[in-house]
Write a protein that binds this ligand. Structure first.
Ligand code: ADP
Length: 577
């Protein structure tokens, strides 16, 4: 760093407790509404929330939890979980949110790896806790997030949260802590190998909250009613439990019932203006809206991310229901927000079809996120919207190394995201694949995400995944695996024909297979590794040369198309390695 004249402003650390303290002080009467696991509703204010978070801090300190020690949660989105976010990190302990949808073996690994001292859990997870407890000997106590009356009958000795809080009065000052000390710990789902921990700092969490609240990001304010559907056990619910209090927004925490009807009723009852979640959960909401003929009376904006937002979903929310969709990209290692789609004034004046194309991409980086795309040998590639390469990022909210590992994942100071993308001249990001999911046909890359998006735009398709099949001539060719909508009919040939005017010929999948359901990871993403294993021995017709296959001459077409290698106008190819 260059030596320079020191500035003369206060050296106040950025700490997460300040977020809740701010909300309690200046938006003290703004509500937090939760649908409780016990079955009823709970409502209170930021002021009461802070007081109870302080009581939790007092209780944990009384139990002997030291700053820096990890306290884990298995919990849905609810007020006690929110109190735990602050009642741990607020005094310097580390809040470790665990995804209960992972395999129990993975969870046990995570608890032991993180060396969690206490685990706070929603009563729905009592059977899971009974299964885990014998495998996690260093956990000192398991605490049910409920009162004594609702404490479940369990093999594991557990105490109740309310009994724990009872002796404490909340007369507690949040301590001043080093902003570089750890705040939250989140493990990635680890579709390959063991899960890996991203250990955030107070500084990174607060900076992320500032960035997330900005108008070009989530755009939260005190007039908003914010309902995070993305779970608080998944990358801190994309920062909403921090950005919400920072903005003084009312929070609606939906608990465990995330079906379309429950979400819709909650949105209407509490006048929700803003929500956020992964595409899968919105599929359920859209299906319910259609079936019930329902309309939104308050919902203005929603963030869709975690996997690519299918264009058909974007259209449905915007055109049919008048809700602005903010397509977002990010990852656990980035705290997680990386980029979002917010169009500039000039872009909003472009023809609707052009605007739509921009909205379907992943948008511009938020402030504090630097990006580049690199090709073979780390060569930086141009921002032309055509050339695609490995996406690398850096910034104050990006991971430097994984928790309790010695090796750095960085390459020349940049974090390789594992995503393959293009960047256009205006900095607009388009994710085309995970690097491990990309389909390489004759040395050229085919975007599985684009092929899936086209498939789900077909009225008979509920969900689709596109994976690489080994091919004797082209090395890999796309296979489309489809779940049909209930009662809908479509044939393999009809689906293949659906691609004809949408992609170049050599991108058209070689085969289509129909299944009842697709495998998903614990965070709702398609589990393509499992799919690839399931379909490893499937031989595409192009490799068999079946006479009645519409793509029987695929090898000739591929030859011609690969030779000229003319991609669709808005897509790209990367030169073969
Ligand atoms: P995991 O625990 O599975 O790693 P993350 O939420 O960290 O969960 O996953 C991050 C990955 O999800 C990204 O690297 C990217 O591949 C994918 N992803 C997230 N948002 C989008 C999006 N809007 N479009 C395409 N892919 C996305």
């Amino acid at each position: 760093m260059t030596a320079s004249l020191q500035g003369q402003m206060m050296d106040m650390p950025l700490t997460v407790s300040a977020l809740l303290a701010h909300a309690a002080r200046f938006y003290g009467t703004v509500e937090i509404v939760s649908r409780r696991i016990e079955g009823d509703w709970h409502r209170y204010t930021y002021r009461e929330c802070e007081r109870r978070a302080k009581r939790l801090a007092q209780a944990l300190i009384a139990l002997g939890v030291e700053p820096g020690e990890r306290v884990a949660t298995f919990a849905w989105n609810g007020y006690r979980h929110l109190e735990t976010y602050y009642g741990t990190a607020g005094f310097g302990a580390v809040c470790h949110t665990i995804n209960p949808r992972l395999f129990p073996e993975q969870i046990a690994f995570i608890i032991n790896h993180a060396q969690d001292r206490y685990v706070l859990f929603d009563i729905t997870f009592a059977p899971l806790v009974d299964r885990l407890a014998p495998q996690c000997p260093q956990v000192r106590g398991w605490i049910a997030l409920t009162d004594d009356a609702h404490r479940p009958d369990m093999r594991t000795p557990v105490s109740s949260y309310e009994t724990l809080l009872a002796p404490h009065d909340g007369a507690f000052d949040w301590p001043r802590i080093d902003e570089r000390s750890a705040s939250y710990l989140c493990y990635t789902s680890g579709t390959t190998g063991h899960p890996k921990g991203a250990l955030y700092t107070h500084r990174s969490t607060v900076l992320h909250a500032y960035g997330a609240a900005l108008p070009n990001a989530l755009g939260l304010s005190a007039r908003d009613v914010v309902m995070p559907v993305v779970p608080m056990f998944h990358v801190n619910a994309w920062g909403i439990p921090h950005a919400g209090p920072l903005a003084g927004a009312k929070l609606v925490l939906p608990g465990k019932d995330l079906d379309g009807r429950s979400l819709y009723e909650l949105m209407e009852a509490e006048r929700v203006t803003f929500s956020a979640g992964v595409p899968t959960v919105w599929l359920g909401l859209l299906a319910y809206m259609k079936e019930a003929g329902a309309r939104f009376s308050s919902l203005e904006r929603m963030v869709i991310g975690g996997s690519a937002c299918p264009p058909a979903m974007l259209r449905a929310f915007e055109d049919d229901y008048g809700v602005e969709v903010i397509h977002a990209w990010g990852m656990t290692e980035m705290s997680p927000l990386g980029s979002l789609v917010k169009l500039t004034g000039e872009e909003r004046r472009r023809p609707p079809a052009e605007q739509r194309k921009l909205r379907e991409k992943q948008g511009r980086a938020g402030f504090g996120v630097e990006m580049k795309i690199v090709g073979d040998g780390g060569r930086e590639l141009p921002w032309d919207g055509v050339t695609f390469g490995d996406l690398h990022v850096r910034g104050p909210c990006v991971i430097d190394r994984y928790y309790r590992t010695d090796t750095s994942p960085l390459i020349d100071g940049w974090f390789p995201t594992g995503d393959v993308a293009t960047l256009d001249a205006d900095g607009c990001l388009h994710i085309t694949d995970r690097s491990k999911d990309v389909i390489k046909s004759g040395g050229e890359w085919i975007s599985s995400i684009d092929l899936e998006n086209i498939a789900v735009a077909h009225p008979a398709v509920a969900e689709a995944a596109c994976i690489a099949l080994a091919h004797p001539r082209w090395n890999e060719r796309p296979l489309l695996v489809v779940v049909k909508r209930p009662d809908a009919q479509v044939t393999r040939e009809e689906l293949l024909a659906f691609y004809a005017d949408k992609v170049v010929k050599w991108w058209i999948p070689d085969d289509v297979v129909f299944v009842d359901e697709l495998p998903h990871t614990a965070t709702g993403k398609l589990q393509k590794l499992t799919l690839r294993e399931q379909w490893r021995d499937h031989v595409p017709p192009s490799a068999r040369g079946d006479a009645d296959c519409p793509l029987t001459d695929v090898s000739t077409d591929l030859n011609a198309d690969h030779a000229g290698c003319v991609p669709p106008s808005d897509r790209a190819t990367r030169s073969p390695p």
